[in-house]
Each structure stands twice: as C-alpha cells, then as structure tokens.
Design a protein around this ligand. Structure first.
Ligand SMILES: [Zn+2]
Length: 210
C-alpha cells in the first residue's frame, strides 16, 4: 500500500494554508470563531461532486451532508440531525439536495430493481441503504427508455423524492409553519458530470407546502 496519496494531500494542505494566509492573513483566525453559512448541501458521496470545488466556495460557505446517492430518509438520524442543526442553530436559508448524472448508487438500484425480490436477496448495509431508491425505481415506467435515459430519469426522480422528504421533515415543516421564522427554501439540483454545470430542477418554499 502506498502512502503517497496521503502525503500528497498533506503537502497540498500546507501549500493551500500558506496561500490563504498570504492573501487573507486573518482568514483562519476569523473562521475559527464562528460559522455563518447560508447553504446546507445534501449531496452524493461521489468524489466527482465536491460541493466547495464545483461552486468555488470557501471554508465557512456551505454546511454539508453527503451519503451514497444523496438520500434524505425520514428515519435517518444522521441526515435529520444535520438538517435540524443547520436550520435551527446555524440559520441556513437554503437547502440544496444535489443529485448528479451517472450516479453509481442510482445505477445499482436500477440493477437491483431488475432482480427478483426474495428473502435470499443479499442484505448488506449498502443494499439496505438503497432500498427506498430501489423501490422508487420499481415505481417508474422505464420500459421505453434506453439505459442512459433510464438512469437520467431515476436521478431526477430521486432528487424530487428526496426534496419531498426534506419538505416533510420536522425542521422544515416547523420553519414553514412559523411566519416569524427565518425563511428557508429547498432546492433540487442535478450536477452534470460531463459538463461541470448545475441545473435547478425544483424549488420549494413556505408558499408551496406539501
Ligand atoms: Zn452518486
């Protein structure tokens, strides 16, 4: 096993920190005291969708939660605690749920949905995690779609489903029920890996309650 990738990261971090301090000497001193991001990003773990890089953001700009296939399950304490903290403590104003083209998690669910659902279907952390997305794939009519069309359709349906879940969650319904609370808007985005561009698919706010 090579430790070169690790040393490369550490070296790059040192160079980056030096260049930030050269441009903005008090950046880290200020950053260390408080965070006031306006955005919560919920995205896929995919290495090709690093939120801060693709939006040219700085430390402190984006509160982040990422998992396989950008899921927001209503029983997932990890995602729920991030959303709750972001809305109620950090004071974010926008939640962006970000899917992306060629998502490996979505591909896995398309394959899983073709299989026969029996008790012998292997249960692993990943298959359990992706079960709701696999069920969503089964609910779609993909019979007339090519493989790439089917994948795009699943990626879009997944974004809309997770946006709907976020809109049903307690922190958002509570914020939307209180006209005196800070406004929070929920966005569904798709990042095109081949183009490097983000497209907005859906926007929801307190006026468009489910
Ligand atoms: Zn993905």
């Amino acid at each position: 096993m090579s430790h070169k990738p690790i040393q490369t990261l550490l070296n790059a971090n040192e160079e980056w920190a030096q260049s930030v301090m050269k441009d903005t000497p008090d950046f880290f001193a200020r950053s260390a005291t408080v965070q006031k991001p306006k955005i919560l990003w919920i995205g896929c773990s995919d290495s090709r969708v690093p939120e801060s890089v693709i939006t040219a953001s700085k430390p402190g700009d984006i509160f982040v939660h990422r998992n396989v296939a950008n899921q927001f399950h209503l029983h997932d304490d990890s995602a729920l605690s991030v959303l709750t903290f972001a809305v109620k403590e950090v004071g974010i104003e926008h939640v962006v749920l970000v899917g992306h083209t060629n998502c490996g998690g979505a591909m896995a669910c398309i394959e899983a949905a073709k299989g026969v659902t029996t008790n012998s279907t292997a249960s692993t952390p990943l298959t359990r995690w992706l079960r709701p997305l696999t069920a969503l794939v089964r609910s779609l009519d993909l019979s007339a779609c090519s493989a790439s069309e089917a994948l795009n359709k699943v990626v879009e349906a997944n974004v809309i489903k997770q946006v709907n879940n976020i809109c049903k969650s307690e922190p958002i319904t509570t914020a939307w029920a209180d006209s005196g609370a800070k406004r929070v808007t929920v966005h569904g985005w798709i990042y095109d890996l081949a183009e490097g561009r983000i497209r907005e698919l859906v926007v929801r706010d307190a006026q468009a309650k489910l």
